[in-house]
Design a protein around this ligand. Structure first.
Ligand code: BTN
Length: 259
């Protein structure tokens, strides 16, 4: 990113901040596809995303200049392709650590959301590229609702922001982005340096899991059912206890139904 220049940009450490962009994930992916050699942790933040993307082909639309929308690049060649959920846990727990540092107790909603008081404040979109059996490159996109005061379009009961849940306004979004990136780096460095194992991550991840050991409704294929979420395993499979026993589900095979 060293040689690029943007109008209206400000640069601090390895974070570039732009006023407006389609999607920060798409931006980084196209830079990388054009053989721009970006150092690991190169990050781009948009004050306003006009074409933000979410999971399952959804859109990520939030109030401009009130929230965090950013992406960064990792080269996690220390992870096999089959261990892709480890990266998901590292990111979720890094965000969790950051919120804990603010005195907030969040929950992790499998597989890509962070909740406060049962409402979604953060979504994660990780897009991997593999080489052989390894993850060669990951673009990690994170959207955090920070200062937004109102939610519309049916999101009133399911989405929230740090402001709505704590009453605290974050004055400097750029600084907060750097702060969050430091927590993410800390998690990942500790894993790379083997201070943390996948099992350690799994234990913590399961401890903070939304709806764990509680009955809730789920949908899979064209059926809905009641189940109790028991755990998530290292492959990212969800274990749901139903009347006829425990069944496991990968991402996209099941979804929570908000009651
Ligand atoms: C989800 O909850 O569905 C995932 C949302 C991810 C949104 C972030 S905002 C920054 C980055 N750029 C995108 O286009 N999406 C991610």
């Amino acid at each position: 990113m060293q040689n690029n220049t943007f109008s209206g940009e400000s640069r601090r450490q390895n974070l570039i901040v732009l006023d407006e962009l389609g999607s920060t994930n798409d931006y980084l992916k196209s830079e990388l596809a054009n053989f721009k050699p970006l150092p690991e942790w190169s990050a781009i933040m948009a004050r306003h995303q006009t074409a933000g993307r979410g999971q399952r082909d959804s859109t990520w639309t939030v109030e401009p200049k009130s929230n965090l929308t950013f992406s960064f690049v990792l080269y996690p060649d220390y992870l096999n392709l089959q261990d892709h959920f480890t990266l998901n846990m590292l990111i979720s727990l890094g965000i969790h650590d950051w919120l804990i540092s603010k005195g907030i107790t969040p929950e992790i909603k499998w597989p890509n959301d962070i909740l406060i008081n049962h409402k979604k404040v953060c979504g994660i979109l990780i897009e991997n590229k593999s080489a052989g059996m390894k993850i060669k490159q990951s673009v990690v996109g994170i959207g955090v609702n920070v200062n937004q005061k109102q939610f519309f379009d049916g999101l009133e009961n399911t989405a929230s922001s740090l402001f709505k849940e704590t009453g605290i306004t974050t004055e400097n979004l750029e600084e907060e982005c750097l702060n969050l990136l430091a927590f993410l780096q800390n998690r990942i460095e500790n894993f790379k340096n083997k201070k943390l194992t996948t099992n350690d991550l799994l234990k913590t991840y399961n401890n903070f899991l939304f709806l764990r050991d509680k009955p809730a409704r789920y949908a899979s294929s064209d059926i809905t059912f009641q189940a109790i979420l028991r755990k998530v395993d290292a492959n990212g499979q969800l274990y749901l206890e139903q009347s006829d026993g425990i069944k496991t589900y990968f991402f996209k095979e099941v979804r929570f139904l908000m009651q």
